[in-house]
Design a protein around this ligand. Structure first.
Ligand code: G3P
Ligand code: CA
Ligand code: CA
Length: 250
């Protein structure tokens, strides 16, 4: 009997002619079986969900608690991919409604992961997300142009605060951005950072955030700097603050 064990959603689609979105079992190179969501629709499909980030308590004083519900599956480390796709889905939306309720979706198409070890695990080894990793603007990791599937550059801009809009360019995804205080963030979703207050539009902070400590603690760092969900000053909109960021590979 042949064991049905695709390693990623692209293989599931190509070899087994599966083309429905949904949950599937995948198997890592070492034989670890796990279940995840496959997006078989966007740009021809074959996208494997490998991680999600969301903020469960933006006013958290205990840094550890902020990441309690975040998720990386074995595919995050195991899959060799070329591109990423990102969905912003409101918190607590059921899986069957993710694709309908996602308000910002985009993907890369230039196969940039090939130059960074084939996935984000290897990319972040090159560009570690830790304090004093580098200087703002100078030591950021790659900014990759994106193709929008839901939303566009203008709607992306407006999800972040008006003050933040002066220091990024929409239409990209950036990995490992450094701020004024040399704190690092993992991802600037939908934008290329051109300034030094990246804590207002980049997520996944690693290490100590000196400015106003501990106010920038958490995954969505300082999205609430000028009030929670106000979308004034440096504050992001309630919409993006209360949404999970889903990361896919293909
Ligand atoms: O990140 C914003 C901060 O560096 C300056 O903001 O509060 O002085 O306007 P603020
Ligand atoms: Ca979190
Ligand atoms: Ca700042």
């Amino acid at each position: 009997m042949e064991y049905y064990s695709p390693r990623n959603c692209k293989e599931l689609m190509d070899k087994y002619k599966t083309n429905e979105d949904g949950l599937y079992h995948l198997t890592t190179e070492r034989g670890v079986v796990y279940q995840t969501y496959c997006d078989m629709t966007t740009d021809g499909g074959g996208w494997t969900l490998v991680a999600s980030v969301h903020e469960n308590n933006i006013d958290v004083w205990d840094c550890e608690a902020a990441t309690s519900d975040d998720y990386k599956n074995p595919g995050y480390y195991d899959i060799t991919a070329e591109d990423v796709s990102v969905w912003h889905v409101p918190n607590n939306v059921l899986l069957q409604n993710w694709s309908i309720d996602a308000f910002l979706c985009y993907h890369t198409d230039n196969h940039f992961l090939t130059n960074h070890g084939g996935n984000l695990f290897y990319l972040f080894k090159k560009f570690p997300v830790r304090s004093r990793a580098g200087t703002c603007r100078i030591n950021n990791g790659p900014s990759i142009p994106v193709v929008y599937d839901t939303g566009d550059a203008a709607s992306t801009r407006n999800l972040y605060g008006p003050s933040a809009r002066g220091e990024f360019e929409a239409g990209f995804i950036t990995f490992r951005a450094c701020n004024q205080e040399m704190a690092a963030m993992a991802i600037c979703s939908g934008v290329k950072a051109t300034g030094c207050n990246t804590e207002h539009y980049c997520i996944g902070g690693g290490g100590f955030f000196p400015e106003g400590a501990p106010r920038q603690c958490g995954d969505f760092t300082a999205f609430d700097w000028d009030g929670y969900g106000t979308n004034t000053g440096w504050s992001a909109s309630r919409k993006i603050t209360e949404a999970a960021v889903l990361l896919f590979y293909r």
